[in-house]
Design a protein around this ligand. Structure first.
Ligand code: NDP
Length: 288
């Protein structure tokens, strides 16, 4: 038999998730601030609650997928959470997740925070590569793991309720760094005769894929504290190339506002005497 699920929030993500529980035969109660967004789901078999409090009352397992942390507090202000298992998939900072865990505990609920590493089209698609980081109550995760893995994969990362949000933001931040590099690269070739974006794209993908192995090397160095081990390209050589990167941007009429901050950090590291190391020391510069 399947666990009843309550879902608060029928935005792009909530709606995609709702459909997977309905398709899998879970009794589903939904609520959305703007009631019209629940209508298509009602036609597909969801029970629609008139208020968030009524939706919470319908199931022990309460999944929340709203815009931001403030909307969670607002939506659940007068819901009775005693004895509930609250799973918060709303994006927020680690501190917000820890405060929300404490807030839920004070109201008598078990709490699990989630960071969704997927976009709506990946939800309900087997082997999409999407998953949700979960942290907080391990008991809750044990008990409801089956229901929670219906929309997409699930990775439990421990009792500290802030860790799902932290890992989510860390991966997102790395992705933005990658997008920044990719967009700078497209800008460099944009005005050039004979290098079309679609011809350039596979070259970028191939290079980024080949270079992704460097992540393991940096991890190894951060753990050993020896930033010279396994360094194929040292900082002295890398920084010697910086003027070429800047000159090329200028020749191509491209702003260096994305690239320059990173080059500056590498130059500072070199100036501090780390020429025989790789770039892992940038992590120290950012955290000291
Ligand atoms: P949408 O913008 O599509 O939906 C936002 C939802 O929040 C709507 O249901 C909206 O209700 C509700 N909402 C906003 N403010 C309030 C409030 N004050 N009180 C009650 N409800 C409110 O967002 P998504 O569904 O895409 O995202 C939901 C969460 O999932 C976000 O935290 C997002 O960061 C996260 N996420 C989304 C991803 C994506 O690619 N979409 C990927 C990973 C995470 P109403 O319909 O009334 O406006």
């Amino acid at each position: 038999s399947t666990t009843p699920v309550t879902l608060l929030g029928l935005g792009a993500m909530g709606t995609a998730m709702a459909r997977t529980w309905l398709a899998a035969g879970y009794p589903l109660t939904v609520w959305n601030r703007t009631a019209a967004r629940a209508e298509p789901l009602a036609a597909e078999g969801a029970k629609v609650a008139a208020t968030a409090a009524e939706a919470v009352a319908a199931s022990r397992l309460v999944v929340v997928c709203l815009l931001d942390d403030a909307s969670v507090g607002e939506a659940l202000a007068d819901a009775d959470l005693a004895g509930k298992d609250v799973v918060n998939l709303t994006s927020g900072s680690p501190a917000q997740a820890r405060a929300r865990a404490e807030w839920a505990r004070e109201r008598g609920a078990r709490f699990l925070d989630g960071g969704i590493m997927a976009i709506p089209p990946m939800i309900g698609v087997p082997d999409s590569g999407g998953y949700v980081f979960y942290s907080g109550s391990g008991e809750l995760f044990q008990e409801h793991g089956t229901a929670l893995t219906v929309p997409t994969g699930a990775t439990y990362v421990g009792e500290n309720p802030g860790h799902a949000a932290l890992l989510d933001v860390a991966l997102l931040s790395a992705m933005y760094g990658m997008f920044a590099g990719v967009e700078h690269a497209f800008a460099l070739v944009r005005k050039e005769e004979g290098i079309a974006p679609k011809e350039f794209a596979p070259l970028l993908v191939g290079w980024l894929t080949a270079m992704s192995g460097a992540v393991h090397g940096i991890a190894e160095q951060l753990e050993s504290g020896d930033y010279t081990t396994g360094v194929a390209s040292n900082l002295a050589m890398i920084v010697a190339g910086n003027p070429t990167l800047l000159a090329t941007a200028e020749e191509q009429g491209v702003s260096t506002e994305l690239l320059a901050p990173y080059l500056t950090l590498m130059e500072r590291l070199l100036a501090e005497g780390h020429g025989d190391e790789g770039t892992a020391g940038v992590v120290d510069l950012l955290t000291r």
